[in-house]
Design a binder for this molecule. Structure first.
Ligand SMILES: [Zn+2]
Length: 228
C-alpha cells in the first residue's frame, strides 16, 4: 500500500458488503468474519433439499441448489443489493468463485456443459447496465471450468404484476417470457441455470421450459441465495 492508498482509505474507507463494518487493509469486499460465517445452505450435499422440493411436480430438473440463505434485512440481502444496484460486480464474481469451489469439491464440475444466467429484459439491462447474474456466472465458470453463455436465453417480456391473476392465467402469462437465443449452447447440453435469488421459483420455471423446448439434455439450478 502506498501513502496515496492510505490517504484514499482515510477519505473513502471501504466497508464490508455484508455487515457494513470497516474492512482491514488486507480484506477485500467481504470481511474475514463474514467469510467464516457465511449462512450456507449445503443444498448440494442433499439431493432432496428444500429447494428441490419447491420444484417437485412442476418441472423436471436434475439438481436445485442455492449457496446462501436469504433473510430479510440480513447480510445476504445486503450483498445482493450491492451486486444488483450499486455496481459491485466483483462481489458476484467472488461469491460465484466460492460457490464454484464448493461444487468442485463434490466433483460436480464434470456434470455440466453450459452455465447460463436468467436474463434481464433489454430495457432493464439498458437501465442497470449489466445483468447481476453475469458476475455470478463468471465466478462459477472460472472455478468449475465450464463455459458460460451469458446471452443464451432472451427475456421477451417484462414480468407483469401477477398478483391478481389466477394460477392458470399466471402459467400462461409466464410460459413464453423467455426464449433461447443461442441454440448451440443449449441443444443436447447439460445446463446449469443461474439466478441471484430464488423465491417462488416461477421465473426459473419459465427459463427451464424455454431450455427444454430447445431440446437441452438436462437442467440444474444454482442460485446465489434462496429465500425460505
Ligand atoms: Zn463483514
Amino acid at each position: 500500500m502506498s501513502l496515496f492508498d492510505d490517504f484514499l482509505e482515510l477519505i473513502f474507507p471501504e466497508y464490508c458488503l455484508m455487515c457494513n463494518g470497516s474492512l482491514l487493509k488486507n480484506e477485500k469486499q467481504i470481511c474475514l468474519y463474514c467469510r467464516y460465517h457465511l449462512p450456507v445452505t449445503n443444498y448440494h450435499n442433499d439431493p432432496n433439499n428444500a429447494l428441490m422440493q419447491r420444484f417437485a411436480g412442476k418441472v423436471n430438473i436434475k439438481y436445485a441448489w442455492a449457496f446462501l440463505k436469504f433473510t430479510k434485512g440480513g447480510k445476504v440481502q445486503n450483498v445482493l443489493h450491492h451486486l444488483k444496484y450499486n455496481g459491485k460486480k466483483d462481489a458476484g464474481i467472488l461469491l460465484g468463485k466460492w460457490y464454484g469451489s464448493e461444487l468442485r469439491k463434490r466433483e460436480y464440475h464434470t456434470e455440466f456443459d453450459s452455465i447460463i444466467p436468467v436474463p434481464l429484459h433489454a430495457s432493464k439491462l439498458k437501465k442497470r447496465g449489466y445483468n447481476q447474474c453475469d458476475p455470478i456466472v463468471a465466478g462459477l465458470s472460472l472455478q468449475l471450468g465450464v463455459a458460460a453463455y451469458p446471452i443464451a436465453l432472451k427475456r421477451n417480456i417484462h414480468n407483469p404484476s401477477q398478483t391478481r391473476l389466477s394460477r392458470m392465467e399466471r402459467y400462461d402469462n409466464t410460459k413464453d417470457i423467455f426464449e433461447v437465443a443461442d441454440y448451440e449452447s443449449v441443444r443436447d447440453k447439460r445446463i446449469l441455470l443461474v439466478d441471484d435469488i430464488v423465491t417462488t421459483g416461477s421465473t426459473l420455471e419459465s427459463c427451464i421450459m424455454a431450455l427444454q423446448k430447445a431440446k437441452c439434455k438436462e437442467v440444474s439450478i444454482a442460485c446465489l441465495a434462496s429465500a425460505q
